[in-house]
Ligand binder design. Structure first.
Ligand code: UDP
Length: 238
């Protein structure tokens, strides 16, 4: 497929999205810029764009093999990927297998406490409001999605979790939690979009509990680039 960037449609914290000559496709370009705490903390993680692009595409391909539809079309180079054009459902879906981060704080659970069932949380995607958590009623009341769409998003998220837990376990990584975003195609189908990377997942070494994700940046732990590179090595991408 021959695709070229035309106009810049959107520049986010970690990615740029370009239009192409074909209205059904966009090109996503991953940057090394890192932010945390709703943009309060800023920095650069050298090589992160390459890791996140390649890891996301690897995960999307794996999920497609399991029958989960994603926006992935074709990797153009180490930072750029052709994706289906979708309108993003304004929800961040968080899936949790063990307590960490904001859930640990909110419920007073020690980080690493196993969840008896996977926990699904929805947040309204709005930086000015700090992505507030919303429930099913809020989503319907505000018109962020229909019940049918919520049900589809929930079942897809749990299916993604199942595949990801199994895959990461096979490379000695404990999948603690992660964030997904979904989009709607021009014919109304809900597909998985955005990225799956150390920016959006918590990965702990299955034996030592060492953090191999963006928490090293958020918490000033050092070894950030090394952790991203280690994840690439584990999944066989370098
Ligand atoms: N997450 C994300 N983007 C966000 C918020 C959370 O990718 O804007 C991911 C985060 O990397 C973690 C999971 O969602 O894997 C749960 O994050 P949490 O609610 O604990 O918030 P945090 O501690 O990151 O503020």
């Amino acid at each position: 497929m021959f695709m070229q960037k035309t106009e810049l449609l959107y520049e986010g914290k970690a990615k740029k999205v370009y239009a192409t000559e074909d209205p059904e496709y966009c090109i996503v370009s991953y940057k090394d810029d890192a932010t945390a705490f709703n943009g309060l903390k800023k920095g650069t993680i050298v090589g992160k764009g390459v890791v996140n692009n390649r890891m996301s595409n690897f995960m999307f391909k794996l999920l497609e093999q399991k029958g989960i539809k994603t926006h992935f079309v074709e990797e153009l180079n180490e930072r750029d990927t052709v994706v289906r054009k979708v309108s993003i459902v304004p929800l961040e879906v968080i899936v949790r297998n063990k307590a960490a981060g904001s859930l640990s704080k909110r419920l007073g659970l020690e980080e690493g406490t196993p969840m008896r069932v996977p926990v699904l949380e929805f947040c309204y995607k709005n930086d000015d409001l700090g992505d507030p958590m919303v429930n099913n009623y809020h989503i319907l009341a505000a018109g962020f999605a229909t019940q049918e769409e919520i049900d589809k998003i929930a079942s897809m998220s749990l299916a993604v979790n199942k595949t990801m837990i199994e895959f990461f376990k096979s490379v000695n990584v404990d999948l603690i939690d992660f964030k997904l975003e979904f989009g709607k195609t021009s014919d109304g189908e809900i597909i998985l979009a955005d990225e799956i990377s150390p920016d959006t997942c918590r990965f702990w070494d299955i034996h030592t509990g060492e953090k191999l994700d963006k928490d090293r940046f958020r918490r000033d732990m050092g070894g950030v680039e090394e952790a991203y590179a280690e994840m690439m090595k584990r999944i066989g991408l370098n």
